[in-house]
Design a protein around this ligand. Structure first.
Ligand SMILES: C[S@@+](CC[C@H](N)C(=O)[O-])C[C@H]1O[C@@H](n2cnc3c(N)ncnc32)[C@H](O)[C@@H]1O
Length: 240
């Protein structure tokens, strides 16, 4: 959970240079390549719905979203008032509609932490995919890529707000822990707070097993220098 930092999410990733416009160009192309007639999309773990906003505006896709965090959903609803955005845990969600494409971007799947819950999350995402639809999942880092002791700092510096987020990463029992220390200054004052995010480190084999258990045929793509450089899974229902 992003707990205290939801309102700084867009500012932080803009400052990091995360290019949602380029991602949406690539994502829309992937959706069309694998399902030419797709018009409806559910974004699971949609966060502040920047993908949804751009996919609707520039690619004519009707995008809804879901996220476990009510504060993220509040921002999403403001950003995309014409969409439907539900507070829902991807492990158990049932939002009562199926889509041509279900997508889950920027490692939201990692937050379910355990392999068992990842299997359940893929199953519940699969339930929201139409019979001829596709499921696209951008994973978190693989176990061999995440470094115990890794030290990171991100900053944003705009008129009226300065922020700094430092993390020292740890790994324990296959779970990565990001210990974030935030300092945020505005004209009103300066606040500091800590946030701990825990994400499961799943191998490609684990993930493919998860899709298989959900009766989906999946392929893994490296996506070098595209999206967050973390790869992508594209899956469809196995024939009955
Ligand atoms: C790194 S953010 C990605 C947000 C958005 N997809 C993007 O690309 O900017 C991960 C998101 O996953 C959400 N999340 C974490 N656990 C979840 C769960 N069990 N079910 C649904 N969403 C979850 C978080 O609240 C957060 O908004």
């Amino acid at each position: 959970m992003h707990r205290n930092s939801q309102k700084y999410y867009d500012l932080l990733y803009k400052a990091q240079g995360k290019d949602y416009q380029a991602e949406c160009t690539d994502l829309a192309a992937l959706i069309k390549e694998h399902h030419a007639a797709a018009t409806t999309v559910l974004d699971v773990g949609c966060g502040t719905a920047t993908h949804a906003r751009i996919l609707r505006d520039d690619f004519n896709l009707e995008v809804d979203g879901s996220d476990i965090d009510p504060d993220m959903i509040a921002i999403a609803r403001q950003k995309v008032p014409e969409g439907t955005f539900d507070v829902a845990d991807m492990v158990t969600m049932d939002i009562g509609r199926q889509y041509d494409a279900v997508v889950s971007m920027f490692s939201a799947i990692g937050y379910v932490k355990t392999k068992e819950r990842m299997f359940d999350a893929i199953k519940s995402m699969a339930k929201h995919v139409k019979e001829d639809g596709i499921l696209i999942v951008e994973p978190w880092l693989k176990p061999d890529v995440f470094t115990h002791g890794g030290l990171y700092m991100d900053t944003a510096n705009e008129d009226g707000i300065k922020l700094c987020r430092i993390s020292r990463n740890e790994v324990e029992n296959g779970i990565s822990r990001l210990n974030f220390h935030w300092t945020v200054g505005t004209t009103v004052g300066i606040e500091t707070f800590e946030e701990v995010l825990e994400l499961g480190l799943f191998s490609i084999e684990d993930m493919l097993e998860g899709f298989n258990a959900a009766n989906m045929q999946a392929e893994h793509f490296e996506m070098e220098n595209r999206f967050s450089n973390r790869g992508m899974y594209i899956a469809r229902h196995k024939p009955a």
